[in-house]
Design a protein around this ligand. Structure first.
Ligand code: NDP
Length: 296
């Protein structure tokens, strides 16, 4: 729940501070400055992206991580974004770089994500980090935050993964696919459902653990779920609601009212996976700072 997400965030990041001589952009100078710093590149003026960036910045402030934000205009060139990435790659006072997705359609997302130094790839989207995640015996420097947060929730609630049947709904590079890889690394037997899967409800009914990252409001009904299953709902979907101040409210991919009667544990939307994603971003940033400063 939301309270646990926030307290986990504090536990994961701590309040580690020590003297650093880094100068760079002038934000890490004094002995009381935070050890770790993240740079966020926001391209364009999407309201949802701006909200996500604002929330990340607030979370950084709350645990003592310095955050820099670079806003690039929607019609800027890809080269301009690449220049910002390159500047942060070379800046020793920056430990994590995050390019807020999605990018405008005239930019090559792959080019830009590939340009982020693997050592500062706190989002875990660099192909080398994803490749290592997929390989046995290899360790990524960073694991993507949302799937990492899902697994952390299972750990913190002592929900066993080993030998369990897990179903991941969705196969995106940023959530579904790495979630499936992480579950497999933890010795679950994993099935992935995607938009071409036939009769998905027959597959989900076999699952002990379901992670859903689709983006379809209330798609998974109570009848899709095995009694006692554990449900992690990553989806964030706006649905019209005239009683809400904004005219809409957010719901997940799972029909919470139905599923909560069948499942043994379920994450709410909002307030379940969202705060965990931010906590894992901060945790990855701290990990990066400790590595860069050789402080284990
Ligand atoms: P994408 O759109 O990139 O991927 C969606 C996936 O769902 C695809 O693999 C697609 O299949 C699959 N899919 C779509 N429709 C169906 C269907 N009817 N049945 C089965 N599978 C389907 O989305 P993301 O992974 O980026 O995000 C998914 C959701 O999670 C969104 O609601 C997003 O807002 C939310 N999210 C939440 C975060 C958080 O912190 N809580 C962080 C990131 C995302 P195919 O591959 O065949 O197209």
């Amino acid at each position: 729940n939301r309270r646990n997400g926030t307290s986990l965030l504090r536990q994961c990041v701590g309040q580690l501070r020590f003297q650093t001589t880094a100068s760079g952009r002038g934000c890490i100078r004094s002995s009381s400055s935070p050890i770790s710093a993240i740079s966020v590149i926001l391209v364009g003026d999407r309201k949802d992206s701006a909200t996500y960036v604002r929330n990340k910045k607030k979370a950084c402030d709350s645990v003592g991580i310095k955050s820099f934000e670079v806003c690039v205009a929607e019609d800027s060139s890809e080269e301009e974004v690449l220049r910002s990435v390159s500047g942060f790659n070379d800046d020793p006072s920056v430990h994590g770089i995050l390019v807020q997705l999605p990018l405008p359609s005239h930019m090559d997302e792959q080019n830009i994500l590939n340009a982020v130094s693997i050592e500062k790839d706190v989002d875990g989207f660099h192909p080398l980090n994803i490749g290592r995640l997929a390989m046995r015996g290899r360790e990524p420097l960073f694991v993507p935050c949302t799937p990492k947060g899902c697994i952390e929730l299972l750990h913190r609630y002592n929900i066993g993964i080993k030998g369990k049947r897990a179903v991941v709904i969705g196969r995106s590079n940023i959530v579904g696919m790495p979630a499936a890889l992480l579950l497999q690394r933890e010795d679950a037997t994993v099935t992935i459902i995607h938009s071409r899967t036939k009769n998905p409800e027959e597959i989900t009914r076999e699952a002990d653990i379901i992670i859903s990252a689709v983006g379809q409001a209330n798609m998974v009904r109570g009848s899709w779920i095995k009694p006692g299953a554990v449900i992690i709902d990553v989806g964030i979907n706006p649905v019209e609601d005239s009683s809400a101040a904004r005219g809409y409210r957010l719901v997940g991919d799972i029909c919470y009212e139905e599923a909560s009667k069948v499942a043994s544990a379920i994450t709410p939307v909002p307030g379940g996976v969202g705060p965990m994603t931010i906590a894992m971003l901060l945790s990855n940033t701290l990990k990066s700072a400790k590595r860069i400063h050789n402080f284990q």
